[in-house]
Design a protein around this ligand. Structure first.
Ligand SMILES: [Mn+2]
Length: 438
């Protein structure tokens, strides 16, 4: 990938003499950290630029982009090459998503899928770019770690990431995948949405009982954090959690690497910061997340406030789910939240419901929320095996001319609001049919 990175650097050097730079990045954690790394690197290189963070791009958006700029896309655009081929300007893409079309002449693409190098997220690609520019940019490595965790790339680590973690002085600890691993366990257990523990999550009394059972006592300073536990305490706590989750869990699902990395001079859990950045975008304030990544103290405060509001919005949304009328079929539930839940958090809500013990394994959860004249649809499979929700969703989405993306156990779609009833009907037909196949 180093070859094409050098090529991109030369191109920017040359084109920036006569054209301004316009950067467009994705609004998730990987996109925001990519934007932070890339823009800091440009700033140090003394190249002026403008930056925009977007939820997604489509033909209309790309058509409207000015042609008197060098266009640089981060964490998106690999799937939009046909539209970019029509632009009468040069384009540089740093992305890791699937490439489905030929690379047009005006596009320079840095993408591990094209260069057939080790897989990594966009923040890592941007970091490699920044490192190639200057040794000074080594201090941006911790941002690449947040991008890695944000896109869940840490499940398949490789040499590229080993090197970035070295640059970032990342500390890896094995333990429960509860975050933040750096804060007192009682609070973390009570408010955890990443790991649902029956009778513990949301219950202070349950938390105290669980900790007592694991032999973890409250001291004068309060409860220990996860990273402060001894090996024995960690193992006792894991067992106590497994017992409460009964047969629903294997140890490998709740144990993994914890990544600790320095931010604002504190050692922080990368998953927590990644969740905070993601929350800012979902709440419509990507600029706070970006400012936080760039070391701005006021932005950090904003981001922390927004993260709290986000968690409150999620718990309010989960409460409202119980009042929303559902369509219950055999092995599926459709929750049409309409405008009662934000489109940007409906996916998270669907995920939390699918992890909870409310529905038996193999149930498909479909959640829908309005986004202006569109509907955002999120589909999740509980238990993660046996049925392909992406396939089912795309069968129901094609007749209503929507768009689908995702994986067999978690997929999403966007459909026109005018096709709401038609879509639900199509979906029910496909879901009922899918059941006969099993
Ligand atoms: Mn990404």
């Amino acid at each position: 990938m180093q070859g094409v990175i050098k090529e991109a650097i030369l191109k920017i050097e040359e084109i920036s003499m006569h054209k301004p730079l316009r950067i467009i990045s994705h609004f998730d954690t990987d996109g925001i950290t990519s934007a932070a790394i890339f823009s800091r690197a440009l700033q140090r290189w003394e190249k002026p630029f403008t930056l925009e963070i977007v939820k997604n791009i489509n033909k209309e958006y790309l058509d409207a982009l000015p042609e008197d700029h060098l266009l640089i896309f981060l964490d998106l655009a690999s799937g939009s090459l046909n539209y970019l081929a029509n632009k009468k300007t040069e384009v540089i893409i740093l992305d890791h998503h699937e490439i489905v079309q030929d690379i047009p002449k005006n596009v320079t693409m840095i993408n591990p899928q094209l260069q057939k190098t080790e897989n990594c997220s966009s923040a890592a690609i941007c970091y490699l770019f920044a490192r190639e520019l200057s040794e000074k940019n080594k201090d941006l490595a911790n941002l690449a770690i947040l991008g890695m965790v944000g896109d869940q790339m840490e499940k398949n680590l490789n040499k590229t990431y080993d090197n970035i973690m070295k640059d970032a002085d990342t500390i890896i600890r094995k333990g429960l995948l509860l975050y933040p691993a750096t804060r007192p366990l009682d609070k973390v257990l009570e408010y955890s949405s990443s790991l649902y523990i029956p009778d513990v999550t949301g219950s202070f009394k349950g938390v105290v009982e669980l900790l007592r059972e694991a032999g973890i006592e409250k001291t004068q300073k309060g409860y220990k954090s996860l990273v402060e536990l001894s090996e024995e305490e960690m193992s006792n706590l894991t067992t106590a959690i497994l017992i409460r989750r009964k047969t629903k869990t294997e140890t490998s699902e709740i144990i993994g690497n914890i990544y600790l990395t320095k931010f604002f001079n504190n050692l922080e859990d990368a998953r927590e910061l990644s969740a905070m950045i993601n929350a800012c975008s979902r709440m419509g304030v990507s600029e706070s997340a970006l400012g936080f990544c760039l070391g701005n103290k006021a932005a950090k405060k904003d981001a922390e406030k927004t993260y709290l509001k986000y968690r409150q919005a999620i718990s309010a949304a989960l409460k409202s789910v119980s009042d929303i009328e559902k369509i219950n079929g055999k092995n599926y539930t459709i929750i049409n939240a309409k405008d009662r839940i934000k489109d940007t958090i409906i996916g998270t809500v669907a995920s939390i419901i699918s992890f909870s013990p409310l529905y038996p394994k193999g149930t498909i959860i479909i959640a829908m929320a309005y986004d202006n004249d569109k509907i955002k649809v999120s589909a999740r499979l509980t238990g993660k095996e046996g049925r392909n929700v992406r396939e089912i969703l795309s069968q129901a989405v094609i007749p209503v001319s929507g768009e689908v993306g995702g994986h067999p156990n978690a997929a999403g779609a966007i459909i026109p609001i005018a096709k709401e009833q038609e879509f639900i009907q199509e979906l029910q037909n496909k879901l009922d049919l899918d059941l006969i196949k099993i």
